[in-house]
Write a protein that binds this ligand. Structure first.
Ligand SMILES: [Zn+2]
Length: 256
């Protein structure tokens, strides 16, 4: 099964994603930050929207749903546990379920932390993970509705997927995340290279390229909370990865 995935910016720093499965005549939007931008991308590609996968109920991920659904009749698939907080949902799913769209399986994971009813979608056949505001390039979402340990458990669940899986997160915060990663782990040459890449991307006006779980495991401080270097960075040598994650996240919240 072939798939074409388009990546583009929506609003100030949200990513928009369209997954096109030509053999099945299916085009899936992941979240709907901005109906106008998503419709323009659809028109440019000559694709018709058939499905919208929703990771979580925050406005910058769902506000485009009504207009897109009215224009296309697309089926909206959202977390069961989000209830009416995601309006217009046609189908409700929870972690542990597998759905099929256009002949491709999407495994659903419950990933609470940033949002209590956040879910993520993994499509093994196309090695793609759509994880909303859980994992970003070199960073993670703010922990807003659960204890930090819950967010860390969600990140670990996703990090355990095959290393070659591409990570499609909800926002392009790569440059500020890279600056934080370099501060947290100055001795990691892969982090230094990632910072240089993020700076070059910013200077050129490019979106920072989608990377893989292996790349995140090598560079992203929030996936590396179990590493001694990160524990040292927050003066918690010997502490649990959960405690290190919590301290890193608090540091990042105030990092400029
Ligand atoms: Zn959010």
């Amino acid at each position: 099964m072939s798939a074409e995935i388009r990546v583009f910016r929506c609003l100030d720093d949200n990513f928009g994603y369209l997954v096109h499965l030509p053999d099945a005549g299916v085009t899936i939007a992941v979240d709907a930050p901005d109906a106008g931008t998503i419709q323009s991308e659809l028109d440019r590609a000559g694709w018709t929207l058939t499905h919208i996968l929703v990771t979580h109920r925050h406005a910058d991920h769902i506000q485009g749903i009504p207009a897109l659904k009215a224009a296309s009749g697309a089926e909206v698939i959202a977390a069961r546990q989000a209830g009416e907080a995601v309006p217009d949902a046609d189908r409700r799913v929870s972690g542990g379920e597998r759905i099929e769209i256009g002949g491709i399986a999407f495994d659903v994971y419950d990933t609470p932390g940033h949002c209590a009813d956040h879910i993520s979608f993994h499509a093994p056949a196309i090695a793609a993970l759509f994880c909303g505001d859980v994992i970003f390039r070199l960073g993670c979402g703010r922990v807003m509705e659960s204890p930090p340990e819950t967010m860390f458990a969600s990140i670990r669940t996703l990090a355990a997927l095959p290393g070659g899986t591409r990570v499609y997160g909800g926002h392009d915060y790569a440059l500020s995340n890279a600056r934080f990663a370099a501060a947290a782990e100055p001795g990691n040459p892969k982090v230094a290279a990632a910072l240089a890449q993020a700076e070059a991307d910013k200077a050129a006006g490019r979106l920072t390229a989608i990377t893989t779980l292996d790349e995140e495991k090598a560079t992203n401080p929030f996936l590396r909370a179990g590493e001694p270097a990160l524990a040292r960075a927050v003066n918690l040598e010997g502490a649990s990865p959960e405690a290190v994650f919590t301290a890193l996240r608090e540091w990042k919240n105030g990092f400029r």
